[in-house]
Design a protein around this ligand. Structure first.
Ligand code: 0O2
Length: 218
């Protein structure tokens, strides 16, 4: 009921802010669809498996604001929460993550605010992903607004692990369970090894195709 009262109090400005975040999600999603289209023609394979986006729910926004001790106003939420709008880009291989994130950050309307590379430096529980907080403009009928969007890049196997770990234990206040933690960590390591092996196979296949094409054209 606290959330209901809060939503009632800020109904219109809250709806307006969420609508701006939805526009920002469309802009960012389109950027990745464009990159995927271009790169799949160039390399004859899709570097992106899927692009998903989500708007944080009012409950999660409310809980996070309270957890972080920030004022419960619409302005303060926009200023202090970076992940109200989130885009998840699921890539085929780890190298695709870096190639795509660099191409994205080179775009002149994207400003990088924060970068966390949990692939080079996995979290102690084994979590891997590349997180960017960026600012992107949206163009409304009478103004331009800069909106923050969190972009998470993962391979299929990083995403597989994170989704299951999320269900099993993330944020669940489970009691310390050494066995569960060790197993989850080990599964993350195995999944990183699988990513490396698959990426190696992809490179071998790409080189073999290049060699065949060269032989055919000579
Ligand atoms: P949800 O439900 O996915 O939205 P902050 O974002 O400020 O609270 P921090 O530590 O700066 O905290 O953010 P960080 O490390 O960039 O991680 C934010 C998001 O990454 C999380 O969002 C998750 O989506 C994901 N994430 C981070 N660590 C883990 C992890 O150990 N396991 C899993 N499965 N996901 C993780 P939310 O808002 O916490 O959750």
């Amino acid at each position: 009921s606290e959330i209901r009262n809060w939503l009632k109090k800020y109904a219109m400005p809250y709806q307006e802010l969420m609508s701006c975040y939805r526009c920002a999600l469309m802009e960012v999603e389109t950027k990745f669809n464009v990159l995927n289209e271009e790169l799949s023609l160039r390399y004859d394979r899709n570097p992106i498996e899927t692009v998903k986006s989500r708007l944080k729910s009012p409950e999660s926004i409310f809980d996070k604001a309270i957890r972080k001790g920030i004022p419960l106003t619409v302005e303060s939420i926009e200023k202090n929460l970076n992940d109200i709008a989130g885009v998840r880009v699921i890539c085929s291989h780890p190298a695709d993550i870096y190639k795509l994130s660099e191409a994205f950050l080179r775009q002149d309307d994207i400003t990088l605010l924060e970068r966390k590379d949990y692939i080079a430096n996995p979290k102690p529980n084994g979590y891997r992903s590349l997180h960017l907080i960026v600012e992107t403009p949206i163009f409304l009928h009478d103004q331009k607004r800069l909106m923050k969007v969190e972009v998470q890049f993962r391979t299929i196997s990083m995403d597989w692990w994170a989704s299951l770990e999320h269900k099993i234990r993330y944020k669940k206040n489970l009691p310390e369970m050494e066995y569960v933690e060790r197993e989850l960590y080990e599964c993350a390591e195995i999944s990183a090894q699988l990513d490396a092996r698959m990426e190696k196979l992809q490179k071998i296949a790409a080189q073999a195709t290049e060699g065949k094409d060269r032989a055919l054209s000579s």
